[in-house]
Design a binder for this molecule. Structure first.
Ligand code: ACO
Length: 332
């Protein structure tokens, strides 16, 4: 019997406080024009004082469970992708597990920065396919504002806070028809996941602190141009890899749900694919880069407003610190 991983619900949460580029330009030497023309960002949500990553994650997870029509009692694995955990330990996922009322199975955090959600998709899919988990809540949640250097205009304008989640459940019967035929009718669920990392590029995007190195939390540091260059190459590669693995062509994709780092990176990826920009879900203008939360936030928006429909072919892709990158191909 073939087991497949079906996404049966999604949810998200954004902190109430909105910070526009105009407001930021009162704090740092920048302008709305510079930020928008270089990144496509107009505003970002920022968590309130005392509002933690676990608070955002819990709201997104509850929202996703409600959308899926199930309770936390049915969940046997909770994965939280985050770079901004509440504490160094325990895993923030265990806090969310308890607040959610999940009593079975296990909860753990994963750390792949902006690629965290696609890494989580890979882990969830493999746990389900191995028969080890039946119902997984996968969350991407960040309070990235807490690790920004608010005096560094080259980074602080790029990021925001938020959370998104999906519920993934084991289904029976095969989407696993053999790859090879372009556009063949594969069933509903996660068709494939692909993850990569290259630690030799650690120094392009990192936080200059941590428990073992400085015993401080540290701030984001980035060589923006180099990250941009790697993003364009790595994302084109991962998209090709996902298409090839499924015997699909770019025109088969109904929706591209990319990690929302920068509108120029998004447009570059769509162009390379030959995909009309209307087939790409874009939230970076309103959310900025929310790291591991950006894909599930975008996904939730497009599912709830009716763009993504049952049966659509959805491709998610991301790149982040590490560098890490990955993709997930899903029949919705
Ligand atoms: N406001 C005004 N001026 C600024 C700002 C700002 N916020 N930030 C930098 N500048 C200035 C610089 O100081 C520089 O001035 P100079 O020419 O006098 O030295 C000038 O603008 C150009 O700076 P660059 O860094 O060369 O600008 P660039 O065109 O490369 O754009 C950016 C910078 C937007 C960061 C771009 O490199 C980028 O998007 N990189 C990708 C980074 C990314 O998305 N990271 C997110 C994490 S990874 C991921 O999620 C994929």
């Amino acid at each position: 019997m073939t087991i497949r991983s079906e996404i049966i619900g999604c949810g998200s949460y954004l902190p109430e406080r909105l910070v526009t580029n105009a407001e930021l330009s009162k704090k740092v030497d920048t302008t709305d024009e510079w930020i928008f023309s270089r990144t496509g960002i107009r505003q970002r949500h920022i968590a309130a004082d005392g509002e933690l990553t676990s608070d955002l994650a819990l709201k997104a997870a509850n929202n996703a469970l409600e959308h899926a029509g199930i309770t936390a009692a049915e969940v046997d694995l909770l994965i939280l992708a985050t770079t901004t955990p509440d504490n160094t330990f325990p895993a923030t996922a265990t806090k969310v597990q308890s607040q959610l009322g999940m009593v079975n199975g296990a909860a753990f955090d994963i750390q792949a920065v902006c690629s965290g959600f696609v890494y989580g998709m890979a882990i969830a899919n493999n746990f389900i396919k191995a028969g080890q988990s039946k119902t997984v809540v996968l969350i991407g949640a960040e309070t990235f504002s807490r690790i920004l250097d608010w005096e560094d205009r080259t980074t602080c304008v790029l990021f925001g806070d938020g959370a998104g989640a999906v519920v993934i459940r084991a289904g029976e019967g095969g989407p696993d028809s053999p790859p090879g035929e372009t556009g063949h009718n594969v069933g509903r669920g996660i068709l494939s996941t692909h993850i990569h990392s290259d630690g030799s590029t650690n120094d392009l995007l990192y936080v200059d602190g941590g428990p073992s190195s400085t015993q401080t939390v540290g701030h984001v540091r980035m060589v923006g141009r180099e990250v941009f260059r790697h993003a364009v190459t790595n994302l084109a590669g991962i998209v090709d890899e996902a298409l090839e693995a499924n015997g699909l062509a770019a025109e088969d994709i109904d929706w591209l749900v990319p990690h929302q780092a920068n509108k120029r990176i998004l447009d570059g990826t769509a162009r390379k694919l030959g995909l009309p920009v209307e087939k790409m879900v874009v939230t970076v203008d309103r959310h900025a880069n929310t790291s591991a939360a950006s894909i599930p936030l975008a996904l939730d928006e497009a599912v709830r407003d009716g763009r993504i429909k049952r049966g659509d072919l959805v491709l998610m892709e991301a790149m982040g610190g590490g560098l890490t990158w990955g993709a997930a191909m899903v029949r919705w």
